[in-house]
Design a protein around this ligand. Structure first.
Ligand SMILES: [Zn+2]
Ligand SMILES: [Zn+2]
Ligand SMILES: [Zn+2]
Length: 400
């Protein structure tokens, strides 16, 4: 580690600069006191992939063996040079990064190995950042319905083991409002090719049961470390922020022990705890997530149409998305309900177009995407029928 550190330090700044930096703020990505670089430089650093098509092809191939690691968001980056130096040391060229607003840098490692190296190096430097769980570290999640809540977890584990399913984690679910235990268990299995066979289990310990994929999580998750939305505390290393006041500490360390009028929300400055569902910041995050999902649905539908169009026109190049849509879906398709067949191939594409890593379980995401696609399809159908009515009305008018 020492060795790495020296390498990083030596490559980005002269000693003079270093000394000044440590005087004002010893955080490694803080701004040096006397800038010795071009002040406009940060504006020009937006790294982009050069040969997108080729890259994507390669990525799709790789994704089968090593799924794309989640992005790492580094916050409060005042100086990019130490960061890029560290990236080069840890993952030479096996990453890309994007400069976002609010001094945030989004790092995308190319494989799980470089992800682990970068993540560890940043963590060692106590970097303000957040990320998500590696897909390969994620188990296969299901919901077991029907067993009495008091059934011993070990017994369930053993019963499933006999059937060839290795349980990593099992949790009894409680009602969100009443906190009463439910006859539902969240189960995480070790990933294996036989995972899907668990859905056919309908008896366990002689009890009638059902096993289903987890439901889509409608609530947006909130980090209990930094109170921000969209990620969990397990992969967050941002500055701690209290749920009850505007100070920087863990909620458990808050001096406010009982309910009083001084509760403040760190996300909106309002007079409520930061996990209040009616908080404007929460509502905004929720709306943003919905529009992100909608964008992904649209993208998936477009890709689905393109792939269908390509299947129809083998040998012809279909680059124009407009022609792809015409080739993919006809008015007759839509009115006859044939559009219902589209999702079968769009589902695959949804998966591939999941560039943005969501903390929510991907299974839940998929079901949500599916239901959104259904809604979109319905909306399209009703729009077409309105257009149809309009055309009829215009026809009648012309006859008069
Ligand atoms: Zn956080
Ligand atoms: Zn507090
Ligand atoms: Zn608030």
């Amino acid at each position: 580690m020492e060795n790495n550190k020296r390498k990083v330090d030596g490559s980005f700044a002269n000693e003079e600069n270093q000394r000044k930096q440590t005087k004002i703020d010893d955080y490694w990505l803080a701004k040096p006191m006397v800038p010795t670089y071009n002040p406009f430089a940060p504006l020009t650093i937006v790294e982009e992939i050069q040969d997108k098509d080729k890259e994507q092809e390669k990525e799709k191939e790789k994704e089968k063996t090593d799924p794309k690691p989640p992005p790492i968001f580094v916050h409060n980056v005042q100086e990019i040079t130490p960061l890029t130096a560290l990236l080069e040391t840890e993952a030479k060229d096996a990453y890309t990064y994007k400069t976002l607003r609010n001094f945030t840098v989004k790092i995308q490692a190319q494989n799980s190995d470089s992800f682990r190296r970068i993540h560890k190096a940043l963590k060692d430097k106590k970097t303000e950042m957040h990320s998500y769980q590696l897909k390969s570290d994620k188990g296969f999640r299901v919901v077991l319905k029907g067993l009495h809540h008091s059934t011993c977890g070990e017994d369930i584990k053993n019963a499933l083991q006999v059937l060839g399913h290795h349980v990593i984690r099992i949790n009894n679910k409680r009602c969100r409002q009443t906190k009463k235990p439910l006859p539902l268990f969240d189960i995480e299995l070790a990933v294996s090719s036989s995972n899907h066979q668990i859905y056919s289990v309908n008896r366990l310990l002689n009890c009638v049961v059902e096993i289903e994929p987890p439901r889509p999580n409608k609530e947006i998750i909130q980090c209990t470390r930094c109170q921000r939305f969209g990620h969990s505390k397990a992969y967050c290393l941002r500055e701690t922020r209290c749920v009850k006041c505007l100070e920087s500490h863990w909620t458990s360390e808050c001096p406010r022990k009982n309910k009083d009028q001084n509760v403040r929300c760190v996300n909106c400055n309002g007079y409520h705890p930061a996990n209040y569902r009616g908080c404007e910041a929460h509502l905004r995050a929720k709306a943003q997530r919905r529009s992100d999902l909608r964008g992904r649905v649209r993208e998936a539908i477009r890709e689905g149409r393109e792939s269908r169009a390509q299947n129809f026109n083998v040998g012809k190049s279909v680059n124009n998305s407009a022609s792809a849509i015409r080739g993919g879906v006809t008015y007759a398709n839509v009115t006859s309900g044939e559009i219902g067949t589209i999702p079968s191939d769009t589902h695959v594409n949804v998966n591939l177009s999941q560039n943005r890593q969501n903390p929510a379980d991907s299974n839940s995401d998929m079901s949500e995407l599916r239901s959104m696609m259904r809604t979109l399809t319905e909306q399209m159908t009703s729009m077409l029928s309105i257009m149809n009515t309009l055309v009829n009305l215009m026809g009648q008018k012309n006859q008069k």
